[in-house]
Design a binder for this molecule. Structure first.
Ligand SMILES: [Zn+2]
Length: 395
């Protein structure tokens, strides 16, 4: 039905020789018409279909692979120039190479483009396929590419020039408090042996001049570096700038709400996956990602970035438990370690107090509790539980 509908609309639109922005459909059967009737605003038997001008069918001239900082290869399609919502589009990217393989995104194919806020729009779908060209090796380093589900990847993360350059560029982009470290500068630094952000921070103006930067530019770049480390910056932004997979700004902030920056490298899998919002796979990737950036993190820490620490989220007691908010005293020798019992009680919202008063709800008694203590509690109307009663109650 959908295909037929599109076909009908196309046919109508192409049968007139003036610009129209849509088609109106009407029920032509008079009986049906009178049955459908009308409300105050419109006839129910008539509907307008507006052609979406923010969409266009575009012919692909060629597809070239582009290597991202994580090693993901992205198909970039050069297009027949197309006017789309006021801008002429000449290039679009596909989400992954699976699109090329599955849908036939090749030279001569026709794609559908939708208006988006991006400078380079994304390809929605391939309408007419063409023979495709899937690169066997990385266009940047020559490494044989591997498929990871729909993604074609260069796994030479440490030495692939495109990835090394992309990572350094990403750091300054995420920090967002400096100028001058765009791709052109980073590529020039790379050509002179710079491979890590920590090496960039170690440069002085003379080093930069030797690399071929102008005198003024060299001084300016060094000033930008100083500024980027002295200006106040959120710790989650700094951490996200390292570009670990699954450690974008949102996840970094979430992590640092639970643990301080100087403790995160010691976290274990359980601690990270216990944080709300982190599934186990994400937690695993965070742990291994943190391990991979540890030495670079330590090197950069020498430059004393002015980090604003994320306030730790206070763990609120869970008052959904039936004993939440109740005041309880533990006394006497228990079978379970007393400290453990107290800790658990607090975790479910119980207030553990140390002396009996009329406001106390329960006195939990172990062995060898003085008669006097029990009597005074009874007098105040405090309910008395033995350890087993209590354990049954909190279950
Ligand atoms: Zn590569």
């Amino acid at each position: 039905m959908g295909d037929k509908f599109n076909h009908i609309v196309e046919k109508v639109l192409s049968s007139v020789d003036f610009d129209v922005d849509g088609v109106v459909f009407e029920v032509t059967n008079d009986n049906l018409k009178s049955q459908m009737g009308a409300n105050r605003k419109f006839h129910r038997w008539q509907i307008a279909f507006k052609e979406n001008k923010d969409k266009a069918q575009v012919k692909v001239l060629s597809v070239t692979p582009q290597v991202g900082r994580t090693g993901k290869i992205t198909p970039v399609a050069e297009l027949e120039p197309t006017l789309l919502s006021g801008a002429t589009i000449v290039r679009a990217t596909g989400h992954h190479y699976g699109l090329v393989k599955e849908q036939g995104l090749g030279a001569g194919s026709v794609i559908e483009l939708t208006r988006s806020g991006l400078v380079i729009p994304k390809i929605n779908q391939v309408l007419k396929s063409a023979p495709v060209d899937i690169p066997a090796s990385c266009p940047s380093c020559g490494e044989i590419l591997e498929w990871e589900s729909d993604f074609l990847m260069c796994l030479n993360h440490a030495n692939c020039p495109a990835q090394v350059i992309g990572k350094m560029e990403y750091f300054f982009k995420i920090l967002a408090n400096n100028d001058g470290f765009g791709v052109a500068t980073i590529e020039k630094l790379y050509a002179h042996g710079v491979r890590k952000v920590s090496q960039i921070y170690a440069l002085n103006a003379d080093d930069l001049s030797v690399m071929g930067f102008g005198e003024k530019t060299s001084v300016n770049l060094v000033n930008q570096l100083r500024r980027s480390s002295s200006e106040k910056i959120e710790d989650w932004r700094f951490l996200a700038a390292f570009g670990v997979v699954r450690m974008g700004t949102g996840n970094c902030e979430n992590l640092l709400k639970s643990y301080e920056l100087n403790t995160i490298f010691d976290l274990n899998l359980e601690q990270v996956s216990d944080i709300d919002g982190f599934a186990e796979l994400t937690a695993k990737m965070i742990i291994s990602g943190l391990r991979s950036i540890k030495s670079e993190f330590d090197l950069l820490s020498q430059y004393r970035f002015n980090l604003e620490l994320t306030p730790l989220k206070k763990k609120l007691p869970d008052f959904s438990h039936s004993l939440g908010g109740k005041k309880i005293i533990f006394t006497g020798k228990m079978n379970s370690p007393r400290e453990e019992m107290k800790k658990h009680a607090k975790s479910i919202g119980i207030q553990v107090v140390s002396s009996v008063s009329a406001k106390t709800d329960y006195l939990v008694i172990g062995e060898k509790v003085g008669k006097k203590k029990i009597e005074s509690a009874e007098k105040l109307g405090v309910e008395i539980l033995n350890e087993l009663d209590y354990l049954a109650l909190i279950k």
